[in-house]
Design a protein around this ligand. Structure first.
Ligand code: GLV
Ligand code: MN
Ligand code: MN
Length: 414
């Protein structure tokens, strides 16, 4: 089947995916050699697409395609180019690369619009390295919290030091911030990461809202000891306590009528030897729900449950919120334009919420936000088997390009 931009997009997705910490799986983490190499490649594609480019103070790649005259406000398009560990290659790059290909197509046709287009590749959306997420988009939205500069990665390196080692000056992060008057809207195309569009037999969908999320860091301290000599009833085993907490979180969410989802995705036990009772354990909790009110109740319930477990097991518990984002609704006037573009490409309009987090959660502070979802295979994401068919990548690009070319700023007459 002939593809308009799909082949180019899929080819670039694969080239970007080759930039990884390990050769077998894709892992591309904030402020690493791979971050730099990916940025260089993306900036070269942006330049080829006729954009003026910039690498900003938090490590975002930014490209600007001027409108009919210089200095017009922009329609901002973007997504992230960091990844989780052992990731799929589409989460983030699909939206970024599609946006670059759409601008390249306009450039090839020498088409200028009555507004500028900016494409941003956000440096850190996943928050793998420093627990706090949306670092790139928060810098752009002017809501970067300087306290996170003290956050440390698992090797004990602070974000501040990692920025310096990378050649970026944390004192300049404020300069990455943009103002509301510069932006007409923020639109992000993204792989769905769930099974809904596939079940609907549709390549694309309109996002209604991005679900809020809370991330917690928990640690349990007990008493390390000899695995052979300390009787079972006298132990204060932090890892056994954490295991009970994990099962309690799973049980809570499984039976929660409010439909919360909870994940313990990281755990570290110390001192970490076969014949030593674990004295200290740290683990993370990721909790999401469709309503913010329900998520807040779920967080409180879960914290109460793990406090009870810690008390009963005589473990010292410390729980901190490392990240919190409210649910972000997509703007009705933008959703209407996304729907028009979908209809214009001959597809049925289908609306769905996003359970995953996205940079729009930060961008909402300076712009109205919309998202286009592209179908993935089997609903698989955050996994190497994540896959988008070239025909669906192509459909996404056609919808995005139509949306850009027909874009009308808010309040503009039809
Ligand atoms: C980002 O992918 C998230 O939803 O955690
Ligand atoms: Mn992701
Ligand atoms: Mn993503």
């Amino acid at each position: 089947m002939s593809s308009f931009l799909g082949d180019e997009i899929v080819g670039r997705i694969s080239r970007l995916a080759a930039i990884s910490e390990t050769s077998e799986q894709l892992t591309r983490i904030f402020l690493t050699e791979e971050h730099r190499a990916a940025a260089d490649l993306l900036l070269s594609w942006m330049r080829d697409a006729g954009m003026h480019v910039q690498f900003d103070a938090i490590g975002n790649v930014c490209g600007r395609y001027e409108g009919e005259r210089p200095a017009l406000p922009c329609l901002m398009l973007g997504s992230h180019y960091d990844s989780v560990r052992e990731a799929g290659k589409w989460d983030g790059p699909l939206g970024l690369i599609t946006a670059i290909s759409c601008v390249a197509d306009l450039h090839k046709r020498e088409r200028r619009l009555p507004f500028a287009i900016e494409v941003i590749g956000f440096a850190d959306e996943e928050g793998v390295r420093f627990a706090s997420t949306l670092l790139g988009s928060r810098a752009v939205a002017g809501t970067f919290d300087e306290r996170v500069l003290d956050a440390k990665d698992n090797a004990g390196i602070s974000m501040r030091d990692a920025l310096f080692q990378f050649g970026l000056d944390p004192a300049h992060i404020g300069a990455a911030a943009r103002s509301r008057s510069e932006l007409l809207a923020y639109i992000e195309l993204h792989i769905e990461q769930g099974p809904v569009l596939e079940a609907q037999n549709l390549p694309v969908g309109v996002v209604t809202a991005i679900s809020g999320a809370t991330r917690l860091a928990a640690s349990l301290t007990g008493m390390a000891g000899h695995a052979g000599t300390v009787p079972m009833l006298l132990r204060r085993d932090a890892l056994a306590g954490a295991a009970e907490c994990i099962v309690a979180i799973e049980e809570f969410c499984r039976t929660d009528r409010g439909g919360s989802v909870g994940t313990v995705g990281y755990i570290h036990a110390m001192p970490g030897a076969t014949n030593v009772i674990p004295g200290q354990v740290s683990f993370t909790i990721d909790l999401r729900a469709v309503s913010d009110a329900h998520r807040n109740l779920a967080v409180a319930d879960i914290v109460r449950k793990i406090e009870d477990i810690a008390r009963r097991r005589k473990l010292l518990l410390q729980v901190d919120v490392t990240h919190e984002n409210r649910t972000v609704p997509c703007a009705p006037w933008l959703k209407a334009q996304v729907s028009e573009a979908i209809t214009g490409e001959g597809y049925r309009v289908f609306e769905l919420p996003s359970g995953a987090g996205h940079d729009g959660m930060a961008m909402i502070d300076i712009a109205d936000v919309a998202m286009v979802f592209v179908r993935c295979r089997g609903g698989i994401s955050h996994h190497p088997d994540e896959h988008v068919d070239v025909a669906d990548a192509d459909a996404g690009a056609r919808v995005l390009l139509r949306l850009i070319e027909n874009f009308r700023p808010r309040g503009t007459r039809e």
